[in-house]
Design a binder for this molecule. Structure first.
Ligand SMILES: Cc1cc2nc3c(=O)[nH]c(=O)nc-3n(C[C@H](O)[C@H](O)[C@H](O)COP(=O)(O)OP(=O)(O)OC[C@H]3O[C@@H](n4cnc5c(N)ncnc54)[C@H](O)[C@@H]3O)c2cc1C
Length: 334
C-alpha cells in the first residue's frame, strides 16, 4: 500500500490545481480518476471549445488549459492513478485508506474530493439498438470537429451543448439538422440568435418540434434518423452521424456511501475551507455545495487554495503555516 499526504479523488481542472496548491504547502498528492485521462469535463466533453473566463487567459481551449494545469502541478510530482475509480474510502489510524476497483490501495492523511458531477456519463436517448452505433456513428461528445467534415449530421437536444456544437459544426458538416422537441432552446441567447441566423440562411435545418424516434442502418453505420412529432407523424432524415446532447447523468457512485452530508448529489461543505461533515475529508469544485456556489473553474481554483491551507495542520501538525505568495516562495526547479 502506498502512502501520501493528500489523496485527491478526481483529476478534473480543480483536482489538478489542488495538486499545485498542496505542493506549495509541502504536501504530496496521489490523484485518482475514473477516466483514463486527466481533465474531467474539459477533456471528456469539450476539449476543443474555447473557455473565456479563466483569469489571465482571454481565450483558452479546454484541453490546452488542462495541459497547463498538469504542467503547473508537475514540479510537485503527483502520482496519478488514471482509469481508476475510487470505490472505497475507510478511516484508518492517522488518516484514510482509499481503494480502487482494480485493487490499488493508498493511505492518506487527508482526502480532497474533486469529483465534479461524479462518475459522469451522457444521458442516452432511449432508442432501440443504439449501442451498436455508439462510437461509430452516434457520439455523445465531439473530440475533433474535423471528424465530421463532409458528413450529414443530426444534432439532438436543446441546451448549450446542442447549440454550441451546431454553431461549430455548421461549417464542416455537409448537412446539419437540429432536432429539438420544443421551439425554445435553453442556451445562451446570443448563441441561439446565431443559430437562428444559420437556419435562415439555409446553412442548417431546424427540425422542431420533433423528437428522436428510431435509427436505421447496418453494422453500426447509420443510414437515417427517424424523428416523430408530438402527434406521432414521422420524418426520415438521411444521416451519417447522430450527436445526442441530452446532458450529463450525474452519478455520485461510491461517494454517496462515504458518510458525507449530501444535498442533491453534491457534498455540503464549509465555504471557507471545503471541509465536509467528515473531519479530514474536503470537497472542492463542481461537487461542493455551499450558499452562493458557482460551478465555474475559477471558483474551484480558489476552493483548492483554501482547502490546502485547511489541510496543512493535519499533515504538518504543530508546524505554523505562514501565508506566503508564490512570488516569494517560488516553485521547485523554477
Ligand atoms: C460544455 C461545457 C462547457 C463549459 N464551459 C465552461 C466555461 O466556459 N467556464 C467554466 O468555468 N466552466 C465551464 N464548464 C464547467 C466546468 O467544466 C466545470 O466547472 C469543471 O470541469 C469542474 O471541474 P472539477 O474538477 O470540479 O470536476 P470535473 O471536471 O467534473 O472532474 C471531476 C473528475 O472526477 C472523476 N471522478 C468522479 N468520481 C470519481 C471516483 N469515484 N473515482 C475517481 N474519479 C472520479 C471524474 O471522472 C472526473 O474526471 C463547462 C462545462 C461544460 C459541460
Amino acid at each position: 500500500m502506498s502512502e501520501t499526504d493528500v489523496a485527491i479523488v478526481g483529476a478534473g481542472p480543480v483536482g489538478l490545481f489542488a495538486v499545485f496548491e498542496c505542493g506549495m504547502l509541502k504536501m504530496r498528492c496521489h490523484v485518482f480518476d475514473a477516466l483514463d485521462m486527466p481533465g474531467g469535463q474539459c477533456t471528456a466533453l469539450y476539449p476543443e471549445k474555447p473557455i473565456y473566463d479563466v483569469p489571465g487567459y482571454p481565450k483558452i481551449e479546454a484541453l490546452a488549459l488542462v495541459e497547463r494545469l498538469a504542467e503547473q502541478a508537475a514540479p510537485f510530482h503527483p502520482v496519478y492513478h488514471l482509469g481508476a475509480p475510487v470505490t472505497g474510502l475507510a478511516r484508518v489510524d492517522g488518516g484514510f485508506r482509499l481503494t480502487t476497483a482494480a485493487g490499488i490501495s493508498v493511505a492518506a492523511r487527508a482526502v480532497i474530493v474533486a469529483a465534479g458531477v461524479g462518475a459522469f456519463g451522457p444521458n442516452r436517448p432511449p432508442l432501440a439498438g443504439i449501442e451498436q452505433y455508439e462510437g461509430k456513428s452516434v457520439f455523445y461528445l465531439v473530440k475533433q470537429r474535423e471528424a465530421f467534415r463532409g458528413k450529414r449530421v443530426v444534432i439532438a437536444g436543446g441546451g448549450d451543448s446542442a447549440v454550441d456544437w451546431t454553431l461549430s459544426l455548421a461549417d464542416v458538416a455537409a448537412k446539419l439538422y437540429v432536432v429539438h422537441r420544443r421551439p425554445k432552446f435553453r442556451a445562451a441567447p446570443e448563441s441561439v440568435t446565431r443559430m437562428d441566423a444559420l437556419a435562415k440562411s439555409g446553412k442548417i435545418e431546424m427540425v422542431v418540434p420533433y423528437q428522436l424516434g428510431r435509427l436505421e442502418g447496418d453494422g453500426g453505420n447509420l443510414a437515417a434518423v427517424v424523428v416523430a412529432d408530438l402527434d406521432g407523424g414521422e420524418r426520415r432524415i438521411e444521416a451519417d452521424v447522430l450527436l445526442p446532447f441530452f446532458g450529463l447523468a450525474m452519478n455520485l457512485g461510491p461517494i454517496a456511501h462515504w458518510g458525507l452530508n449530501l444535498d442533491h448529489n453534491h457534498i455540503v461543505v464549509a465555504p471557507e475551507t471545503g471541509a465536509t461533515s467528515a473531519p479530514g475529508i474536503f470537497a472542492i469544485g463542481d461537487i461542493a455545495r455551499y450558499p452562493g456556489k458557482l460551478k465555474l473553474i475559477l471558483c474551484g481554483f480558489s476552493e483548492a487554495a483554501m482547502a490546502a491551507h485547511a489541510i496543512y495542520p493535519l499533515v504538518h501538525p504543530g508546524e505554523a503555516l505562514h501565508f506566503e505568495y508564490s512570488t516569494t516562495k517560488g516553485v521547485p526547479h523554477a
